[in-house]
Structure formats: C-alpha cells, structure tokens
Design a protein around this ligand. Structure first.
Ligand SMILES: *Cc1c(COP(=O)(O)O)cnc(C)c1O
Length: 461
C-alpha cells in the first residue's frame, strides 16, 4: 500500500483521545516570558493585584511558568466533546492542484457555531468564573469570533456576558452581533459613551471606528467597576495559549498515529493564541532538544507586530489602563489602516511567542491582504471550506512553502492551522470579489508614531 492510500483525508481521534491535560510550553522555555507589570509601580503584577481583573484560577495559570501539564477539568472536557476532537485534514486536493511534492495537513478549528478555535479558551475561562461564584464576565471582540465563543460558553454555564465590539465590526457584521445576542450576551459598539475611557477615546479621536485596544479598555473598566464581574481576554495571555494547546496536542496525537512528523508548522498570528496552541507541544520537543521543526508566524503587512514591531513593555490597550506586557508591539496607539479587512489587527503579541521569536525558535512573515484573499479563494475552491480571512494568512504561507517544494523537489511535510470559517466575513470577500481590495503597508513614519507612545519602564531601553 502506498503512503497516499494509508493516510486518510481526515484523521479523527476518538472522543477518549481528547487530551486530559493542557500543555504549558513555558515550563520548557529556557528564558521565561517577562512578567506583566503594574503600570503605576513598574513592578511585576502580583496574584492579588491580578485577581481584581481576572478569575483566581486563571491568575494561577497566568503566573505558572513551571507546571508542564495542567489537568483539564471534567466539565470542560465534556463541553469539548460536543465539538472536538477537531479533524486533522490531509489536503490531498490542494497538493494535487499545486502540483507539489509537499504533504500538506491542516488542523480545522471551524467546526462549531462560533466558527473558530476561540471556544477552546472561552469555555475554560467561563468555567473558572462560574466556579468562583461570579455573576458575569466582560470582554472585547474585534471580528466577533471571540465574543461569539464567550457568549456560547456563558450561555451554557449560566453566566452574564457583556461584550464590547469594535465599532467597525459592529457595523459591518450585524449578524455576528445577533448571534451573540441570541446566546444572551449584551453587545456594545466600542468606543462607546457608556464608559469613562470610551468617552475619553472619543474625545481624543472623534469618529474613530475603534480598535481592539479601545474595546479592551472599556471591558476592563466595566469588569473592575461592577460587583461579581471579571474580565476575560480571548488571546495574548499565557492562560489562553495554555487552553489552546489542545489544538497542538490533538494535531500531534493524530500525526503520531500515522508516524508523520511535520517539517514546517504555520499559523496566523493576531494575539498569538491559535499559533501558540498549535505549536506548543512541537515547540516543547524543540526546546527539549528532542526534535526540530520550523515554526512560521504569519501576520498582516498592515499590522506587522513581529516583523516590524519593537520587543518592549507596552500596554495591551489603547486606554492604557491594563497591565504592561513585554511583547513585540507597534505601540498601543497604533490603529491599522481602515482598508484592512483581514483581521489580526491587534498592535501587540503574546509574551510567550514574543520571547520564543526573540530567542530564535520561530520565524515570522508578513503578507498583504490581496495575496491572502487569493489564497483563501484558491483554498475554498479546491478544499471546499470557506476560510476566515485570519486563517487565510496561514493558507497563503502554506501554499507558498508548498510551491517552493515544487521548485526544489523536496517532499516536506507542512502543517498549518485553519482556525475558522469566514461566513461572517463576506463584506471583506465582497471587496475582494469586486476587485476593490487594496493593500496598505504602514510607512516607517506611521510606525514611528505608534512607537512614540511606548511607556518608559525602568530598566528598558
Ligand atoms: C481570533 C482569530 C484569530 C487570531 O487570534 P489568535 O489569538 O492570534 O489566534 C485567527 N483566526 C480566527 C478564525 C480567529 O477568530
């Protein structure tokens, strides 16, 4: 039997093979990600300080740089069983269409109503909030996937959910908003006049269409000023990468079944949660010196945190009320050009991934959105799935790497994360189909303006 017939199009794991622990890549990192700092004192944030914003158990996960495996509570595993294990797909059809000797696999996380991987962390965060006896949670959402995922998790557990949605998305994606409301969430366009920080941002930037950074500021303000509430975040934080490790653990278990070892692992990077989750167990092997892999983070050229950002302490939010994180950042005041339709618009990046990138364990590529939508269209027509614009960044680079193999004749194995579906992104697809999509790459001057707002932190250059 040839290898081609041995490996099925879809490798499903059995329900019992859903991992029973998350994997914490920080445990194997020689240099740990820098701690979050209190912006007022410049000192590392203590668990006590954090617990005013986040749930206690999540604070413990955030600060734990040493425990490699953290058990997944049974209630969360039960919820996971409704939509996991997620399939690992061998993209035979795409390989054939490209005429490449490369072997392409993708881990598909779009098989749930929220349409993305975000549900993996939403259910975990909602579970710990419920366990703590809280009344509700607040959050921000950009494109809407995180808000939808959190609404679903809160509805399931009977928690209240207040979502600040970036205004441009709120207007462009009314159906997203209605999905959230159907799951019981309260959705406010951000910046809004319902918070002090929102009013301040509106005063300084009248007519702004918002950004994730603004929405975070508003959500944090409401969480810290409403009794029984905490704030939850869908990406960037260590705890979110931890929950998302389920993606990589399942992918690895599926590949191991067939003795397949990827050479290149590719994921799109917004705040870094899906990429961090996908690569974690493989990165662990690399960090422990057991195996080698190439890891590629793919980001939009219009919001190039890794490839053109600075590795520095910065605010996670525009209103500068959140703790400081050391990360690759474009500055918390950076707002991507309004023509940017492709998601992944956060100015910063996960501290864990930033440290790994800084230490040379990972590469990064920036791609332009028209090239991303070309890849999305090609993928949709060949593999059938309508990909989210965010996911399509990874598709772009996976196709590019496969085409390189075609030139060199190398039979590399490529694994990429297909984080979600694009049904709610049809305004962006419409622009592309009408030939009205353009690329905008910020100039050095544009970026310099964002860097000027970086906070001065003692001991930082
Ligand atoms: C949110 C999202 C992303 C980007 O977020 P990360 O935290 O970087 O993973 C990518 N793809 C989809 C479908 C998303 O919803």
């Amino acid at each position: 039997m040839s290898e081609e017939t041995k490996i099925p199009y879809k490798i499903y794991l059995d329900e019992s093979e859903i991992p029973d622990s998350w994997y914490n890549v920080r445990a194997d990192m020689p240099v740990k990600p820098a701690p979050l700092l209190n912006p007022a004192t410049g000192a590392p944030l203590t668990a006590e300080e954090m617990s005013g914003i986040f749930c206690e158990e999540l604070v413990a996960q955030e600060l734990d740089n040493d425990t490699a495996y953290i058990p997944i509570p049974q209630e969360i595993r039960d919820f996971y069983k409704m939509y996991r294990p997620a399939p690992l797909v061998r993209a035979y059809c795409l390989e054939k269409a490209l005429g490449t000797p490369a072997k392409i696999y993708y881990k598909f996380e779009g098989n749930n109503t929220s349409g993305s991987h975000k549900l993996n962390s939403a259910i975990a965060q909602a579970y710990y909030a419920k366990k703590q006896g809280l009344k509700g949670v607040t959050t921000e959402t950009g494109a809407g996937q995180w808000g939808t995922a959190l609404s679903m998790a809160c509805a399931y557990l009977g928690l209240e959910c207040k979502v600040f949605m970036v205004k441009v998305s709120y207007e462009q994606k009314p159906f997203r908003r209605e999905v959230m409301r159907t799951y019981g969430a309260d959705v406010t366009p951000s910046p809004s006049t319902t918070t002090a920080v929102g009013r301040k941002i509106l005063e300084e930037h009248p007519g702004t269409t918002g950004s994730l950074g603004c929405a975070i500021s508003e959500a944090v303000e409401v969480a810290t000023s409403t009794p029984g509430y905490r704030y939850v975040l869908g990406s960037v934080l260590n705890q979110v990468l931890l929950h998302q490790s389920i993606i990589g653990l399942e992918a690895k278990a599926a590949l191991d079944k067939y003795g397949v070892k990827p050479d290149i692992i590719i994921g799109c990077a917004g705040g870094g949660s899906n990429l961090g989750g996908l690569i974690s167990p493989f990165m662990g092997e690399k960090l422990r010196g057991e195996k080698d892999y190439r890891f590629i983070a793919v980001e939009p050229a219009s919001c190039p945190s890794f490839t053109r950002g600075k590795f520095a302490y910065d605010f996670c939010d525009t209103g500068k009320i959140c703790p400081l994180a050391k990360m690759y950042t474009l500055g918390s005041g950076f707002i991507p050009s309004p023509n940017h339709a492709g998601g992944l618009r956060f100015h910063g990046m996960s501290s864990t991934l930033s440290q790994l990138y800084h230490d040379g364990y990972m590469e990064a590529k920036a791609v332009e959105q028209t090239a991303v939508f070309e890849a999305a269209e090609q993928f949709a027509r060949i593999e059938g799935i309508l990909p989210a614009p965010e996911s399509s960044h990874a598709i772009r680079v996976a196709i590019d790497e496969a085409l390189k193999c075609k030139e060199t004749g190398e039979e590399k194995t490529i694994l990429f994360g297909l984080t979600g579906t694009g049904y709610f992104d049809m305004v962006a697809y419409q622009k592309f189909n009408d030939g009205e999509m353009s690329d905008y790459i910020p100039t050095d001057e544009d970026l310099a303006a964002g860097f000027k707002g970086l906070p001065v932190v003692p001991g930082q250059e």
